[in-house]
Design a binder for this molecule. Structure first.
Ligand code: ATP
Ligand code: MG
Length: 269
């Protein structure tokens, strides 16, 4: 089982889009997947449409008895074994805690969750506070999402630092596995310069290729549909990058199908 937290300090950069993209790639492969929504905005929950949800991550963190999360996990409307632990607005009240070990509440609550999931994806809120610390204390890998802008790349560096802090304290298993650059425009010199800076700072961690602006992304989200069920050329390109990202987190037994694509090196030359 791979448990991945998708995070960034900055809001609106595409965390939920990448978390849902990974869930969509898993849906396409019929992998048993759980999406945990740790954002009070509950955007991932909105797109996944939890079926008959009674409890949420807010209840789970409030209770935090070992294994209590099982009662809050429900199927999503996507089907094919994609489950969801949904969020709600009141999760906001769980964002400040002075208790010892409060960053371990999610991990404890999931403790006896059946290990039958192939993949668990945790969508984080736009901060490195208590909720994200809970996600990082539960995950074994982290994906940082950023845009090719000056402020966003500072946010990405801070997110990577937060991953290091958790790896050195509560969760030695945790590793940063990818930095995904979203809404990249190769015609924009500012984007090219910032992509180069990201590559110099984080090397191979930067996912290749970056994600372009794709009008199909908000459309599939509004339709509450997996990206992989959508047929427009733009959505297919993003779906391919999500497949590559999933391969990176869960290396396939067989080599992935080769596909001609634009390489990061082309922008960095
Ligand atoms: N590559 C893209 N092309 C077009 N639209 C995108 C792209 N990535 C994200 N979006 C849209 O931008 C908006 C913000 O994306 P998203 O919700 O994934 O960001 P976020 O980082 O999760 O935001 P928040 O910090 O509020 O949780 C959404 O409406 C989404 O559909
Ligand atoms: Mg989000």
């Amino acid at each position: 089982m791979t448990v991945v937290a998708v995070l960034s300090m900055k809001g609106g950069v595409g965390k939920t889009t990448v978390a849902l993209g990974l869930a969509s790639a898993a849906w396409d492969r019929s992998l048993r997947t759980l999406v945990i929504d740790m954002d009070p905005q509950a955007n991932a929950s909105l797109v996944l449409e939890p079926v008959d949800a009674v409890f949420t991550t807010s209840d789970v963190l409030a209770d935090a008895r070992p294994g209590v999360a099982v009662d809050a996990i429900v199927p999503s409307a996507w089907g094919r074994g994609i489950d969801v632990l949904p969020a709600e607005r009141s999760l906001e009240h769980r964002t400040v805690s002075r208790e010892r070990n409060s960053a371990l509440r999610l991990r404890t609550a999931l403790a006896t969750t059946p290990r039958s999931y192939d993949l668990v994806v945790i969508d984080c809120p736009p901060s490195l506070g208590e909720l994200t610390r809970n996600a990082l204390s539960t995950a074994d890998c982290a994906v940082i999402v950023t845009e090719p802008s000056h402020f966003a790349i500072h946010g990405a560096a801070e997110a990577l630092e937060a991953v290091d802090v958790i790896a050195r304290s509560t969760n030695p298993m945790l590793r940063a596995r990818a930095v995904v650059v979203n809404r990249f425009d190769p015609a924009d010199r500012e984007h090219l310069g910032n992509l180069r800076l990201l590559h110099e700072a984080h090397g191979e961690l930067v996912q290749d290729p970056p994600l372009p602006y794709c009008a199909g992304i908000p459309v599939t989200q509004r339709a509450m549909s997996p990206l992989h069920a959508w047929n427009s050329p733009g959505s297919q390109e993003v779906a391919q990058t999500m497949d590559d990202l999933l391969d990176r987190l869960m290396p396939p037994a067989r080599p992935a199908r080769p596909m001609p694509r634009v390489s990061l090196a082309r922008y960095l030359a």
